[in-house]
Design a protein around this ligand. Structure first.
Ligand SMILES: C[S@@+](CC[C@H](N)C(=O)[O-])C[C@H]1O[C@@H](n2cnc3c(N)ncnc32)[C@H](O)[C@@H]1O
Length: 245
């Protein structure tokens, strides 16, 4: 898929994340949708010489979600096997500068990092997306995060100026050592600012019936920081049936 956006912050097109964009979304290119099992499709794309500039991987979390024909209830062993299968497929569409981003739960983050490193990818950032709408229980501390992992084989594209945020040192402490502009690159823990929470069923931006919609801001940051206009972005896991473009 091709993406087009104005600098610095207005996202114009998306793929699965078009689900969460507002009505003023403009497409320069129609996204190309391929329906099927990404473990096979990514391999086929690799064989035909397709190389992605960004891959955003938001896989099933193995928590029993009702997806369209895909099984989301897997044992830990089956989940690792499934993960290794799609990792093996997605590296077929990578080149030296491809940014590979994951949005994954605690149960698989460490395995993904180990696997990617063993396959010659560098971990550029291990970010955390923190949300404050956690599933309530009393069995242990409540889970309120996913892992936003960024990998590249060699050197990713990186445009920090597009994603800078106000520096709290300057805004709150009148201390300008971070940057004379008063803006800095975001910390690696995301989610404290406005519009970064989980998109719940009672939020007005929630697409009807979407089981796990990500905030637009999250995808916006990922896309802006590491892609150029007309880059190819692949999103191997998306909620296809509910996709409204
Ligand atoms: C966590 S959701 C992704 C949500 C997506 N980021 C969005 O906002 O629409 C995971 C999706 O992957 C799909 N899926 C599961 N296994 C798959 C597979 N082997 N190949 C392709 N898609 C798969 C599920 O049906 C589900 O829609």
């Amino acid at each position: 898929m091709h993406l087009w956006y104005d600098e610095p912050a207005s996202l114009k097109a998306g793929f699965s994340f078009a689900l969460s964009l507002s009505n003023d979304v403009e497409m320069k290119h129609d996204p190309e949708l391929i329906h099927g099992d990404c473990r096979d499709i990514l391999k086929d794309l690799g064989k035909s010489g397709i190389q992605a500039d960004l891959i955003f991987v938001d896989p099933p979390f193995a928590i029993g979600q009702d997806y369209e024909g895909f099984v989301d209830l897997m044992s830990p062993e089956e989940y690792i096997e499934f993960t290794e299968e799609y990792l093996q497929s997605l590296i077929q569409v990578c080149h030296d500068h491809t940014s590979v981003w994951f949005n994954v739960p605690d149960s698989i983050a460490a395995e993904i990092v180990t696997w990617m490193r063993a396959n010659d990818f560098h971990l550029i950032n291990w970010c955390i997306w923190h949300y404050r709408f956690a599933q309530n229980h009393r069995a242990r501390f409540l889970s309120s995060k996913t892992h936003a992992l960024w990998f590249c084989q060699w050197k990713p594209k990186w445009y920090p100026d597009r994603v800078v945020v106000e520096s709290c040192r300057s805004a709150e402490y009148d201390d300008w050592r971070d940057d004379a502009t008063g803006f800095r690159v975001p910390f690696d823990v995301w989610g404290f600012e406005r519009f970064w929470g989980r998109v719940q069923g009672n939020n007005k931006e929630r697409r009807q019936g979407h089981p796990n919609q990500l905030p637009e801001k999250y995808l916006e940051r990922v896309i802006l920081c590491c892609t150029d206009e007309d880059d190819l972005v692949i999103d191997p896991f998306l909620v296809l049936e509910r996709l409204v473009l």
